[in-house]
Design a protein around this ligand. Structure first.
Ligand code: G3I
Length: 366
């Protein structure tokens, strides 16, 4: 009995909860699941968004567009909504690329995660903003930019990564980035209130890296988020990026525990940027296991979204020369690092089937 029939039969016979309804193909080849094990279909039936980071310049590629529309139910602009790209001068907005992504999403019943209104990483901010030294002028520029961008997409983008990576990259505590320096330690709160004023119906998310490690930095981050909730900041969700690029395997139960603690604050939680590069130190079998573990733990703890940072292995930030130059720690991973769920020909890989299996095990929407 082929994979699809087994999935359907198992669902019919209720074997799914017994774990007998594995959707994974027996063969390790990247055939993946089809039909009943399509990620978009599985996610829609269970109320779990399945997303991918996309770029406007790749949407004219028919295979790319078909993969986005066929396998996913949500998209995140990888860089087309970053401040440097969308608001390049004080008086000009470059809506074209972002509009192409949002329009594509609307045409294919995909939701859009706006990414990101505020990020301290200097290379993502325009020179004109970084040149503002007067605190009041800088604050005004930030408030104006948030108001205009969120207002422009009001009703079309239902959730925003308001602030990305507010913490120091390798330690607990707020990164003393330019927003922190010019506006103050409350810049995160300020950004969230500004976004809420611009679109009171939008969900406002805080997005951070390495929380899946559950280390002291993650604990400090959960405490920081709790303080935002305590202050009445309009925060609705936390994104756990889940770039497994340190080589450390996911410790069993740790991601799930972080998700549970954030959910206990009344917040939504999502995996927002997962990728799992492979190489001599990480065979494909470990990638498959990591995707399955992350999905299982996240869904079981109440995640409502699972997004990978890219559509297919053919285009990943992890293989860019600029990335490898900036991040020598990636040297242990091959190029191509094949970090995603679809291979370079947009075919589902065993990692895709692993996420499909995790979804398959979740209860259907009633
Ligand atoms: O499109 C321009 C091109 O016209 C120009 O010639 C070229 C050289 O300057 O730059 C191109 O833009 C680059 C863009 O990626 C497209 O490749 C930007 O310089 C470069 O900074 C940008 O990098 C992105 C990075 O965020 C910074 O925005 C990566 O694609 C993107 O994958 C990465 O994504 C981040 C998330 O937003 C937050 N979490 C971490 C994640 C990985 O760093």
């Amino acid at each position: 009995m082929n994979v699809v029939k087994r999935c359907v039969v198992a669902a019919t016979l209720g074997l799914v909860m017994s774990g007998l309804a594995a959707c994974s193909p027996e063969a390790p080849e990247p055939t993946g699941c089809t039909g009943a094990c399509n990620l978009a279909s599985l996610g829609r039936a269970r109320g779990i968004r399945i997303g991918a980071a996309v770029t406007a310049n790749r949407l004219p590629d028919a295979d790319y567009a078909a993969a986005v529309a066929g396998h996913f139910t949500a998209v995140t602009p990888e860089f087309d909504m970053k401040w440097r790209a969308i608001h390049p001068t004080p008086t000009s907005w470059n809506w074209d690329a972002a509009e192409r992504i949002v329009t594509f999403a609307e045409q294919h019943d995909l939701s859009v995660r706006g990414h990101a209104l505020v990020w301290g990483k200097a290379s993502t901010n325009p020179d004109w903003l970084l040149a503002i030294t007067d605190p009041a002028e800088f604050r005004s520029a930030v408030l104006d930019s948030i108001a205009v961008e969120v207002g422009h997409f009001a009703g079309r983008i239902d959730r925003w990564d308001v602030v990305n990576e507010p913490f120091l990259s390798d330690a607990a505590g707020l990164d003393p980035n330019v927003f922190h320096q010019r506006i103050g330690a409350d810049y995160v709160d300020v950004a969230f209130h500004a976004a809420h004023a611009a679109d009171p119906t939008a969900e406002l998310w805080l997005n951070e890296a390495t929380l899946e490690r559950g280390h002291s930095r993650a604990n400090a981050f959960v405490a920081f988020v709790a303080s935002m909730v305590q202050r009445g900041v309009p925060i609705h969700g936390v994104g756990i990026q889940t770039h497994l690029i340190s080589g450390n395997p996911l410790q069993p139960g740790v991601l799930g525990s972080v998700v549970s603690r954030l959910r206990a604050l009344g917040l939504k939680v999502a995996i927002t940027e997962m990728d799992v590069p492979t190489g001599s130190t990480r065979p494909a079998s470990e990638q498959i296991a990591a995707y399955r573990q992350a999905a299982d733990e996240c869904f079981a703890a109440g995640c409502e979204e699972f997004t990978t940072w890219g559509v297919s292995d053919g285009a990943t930030w992890l293989d860019l020369p600029a990335t490898r130059a900036a991040m020598p720690e990636l040297a242990s991973f091959a190029i191509p690092s094949n970090p995603l769920l679809l291979d370079a020909a947009f075919r589902p890989k065993p990692a895709y089937a692993a996420v499909a299996d995790a979804l398959w095990a979740r209860p259907l929407l009633t």
